[in-house]
Design a protein around this ligand. Sequence first.
Ligand code: IMP
Length: 426
Amino acid sequence: MFGPKTHCIVVVGAQWGDEGKGKLVDVLAEQADYVVRYQGGANAGHTVCIGDAQFILQQIPSGILHDRCTCVVGNGVVLDPETFFQELDGLAAKGVKTAGRIFVSDRAHLVLPYHKLLDKAHEKSQNIGTTGRGIGPTYEDKFGRRGVRVGDLRHLDSTKAVLSERVARANKLLAMMGGTEVASEEQHHALLDRLAPRLLPLAFDTGRQVFQALREGRRVLLEGAQGAMLDVDHGTYPFVTSSNTTSGGAATGAGIGPTAIDEVLGVVKAYTTRVGNGPLPTQADPETEEELRKLGGEFGAVTGRPRRCGWFDATVVRYSVRVNGLTGLAVTKLDVLDTFAEVPVGTDYLLDGQPCDDLPADVQSLERVNPRYETLPGWRRPTTGARRMADLPPEARAYLDRLEDLSGAPIRYVSVGTRRDQIIEV
Ligand code: IMP
């Protein structure tokens, strides 16, 4: 996708996350100089398979697996520092050299132990089905202007004083929610002491770094986490994550202007999954759901939770094309559908008996929609060996053509397996 006029590409999830962005980023990173994560935190889990080795990356961009790529954790990310260093150590143990190739924005907010305690306590009453990684409470602190940022580690004494106040506040909230767990001030101070020497050498104004790279004609990939339907503005609120997962978040979260972005690639599964609670209009009957889950290995990369599964929902993807300004689609996991005799596609909805081809804003309406389906013939042949569109069975091509028509954006990639080489560039 990179070319003389395409230097900056955003890759976003166009459904509920877990679409296989990690693999697409891995493929595109081969031609990229920089890969930047711009939102979310350790709630994400990007699985990349190289040969027999499997890497699950949570906060470090998948570009780290390409030697020539510089990786950036942008200002829009909420950084869980301990998990971050565990990931770095895990990569080193597998022989991946990261020194001098990973930078963290000094404006990124830190996820601290008290955020995780608050996340778990809120979950008892809110029941969103969060990953429990402290994401919501950290973004609450950020927007409430109470957060602690990576750059604050440069001033340990004053930051510790602020943190003491934050911990006391968190403990009051925890007590109000009837919890028994208490955040420890000493533990938080000790954490800062431990972190500062290791994190500060990686901390920079990464927005400036990315801006300069683009000026010099370098190729930059902006890597989103989760998916459009989990966006705090555009998703199935309140069953969403706490950041802007859509492409607009890429500019603010990477620290560059939106005019720098040339293309936005939306990654979609050939069917639909969701982990966590909230509406999922095309959720299949339990038997089909189980089959899709088994064939697609649909268990959360971070939490191991079984994902809810259903057919492709074109209303969701059409909406995603609109709110992300998608210039192309990457369809993943086509091979998971290889054995089905028929493949239904949700074309639009009926809401209280009336046709509805867009996403209602309120979750109550979305819970009431009835998807309308079109059933396409299955291909009942393996697609895992296909490397060109012409290698695909005609029924599989017809299926993809229909997804493209209904979604309103051209398909640029089709992924037919977990391995790096199992991809078709259209
Ligand atoms: P949180 O991001 O942990 O606050 O969780 C909010 C919602 O987003 C829950 O439904 C999670 O299951 C979902 N979620 C968060 N991260 C991911 C992801 O990477 N993939 C899929 N779902 C996610």
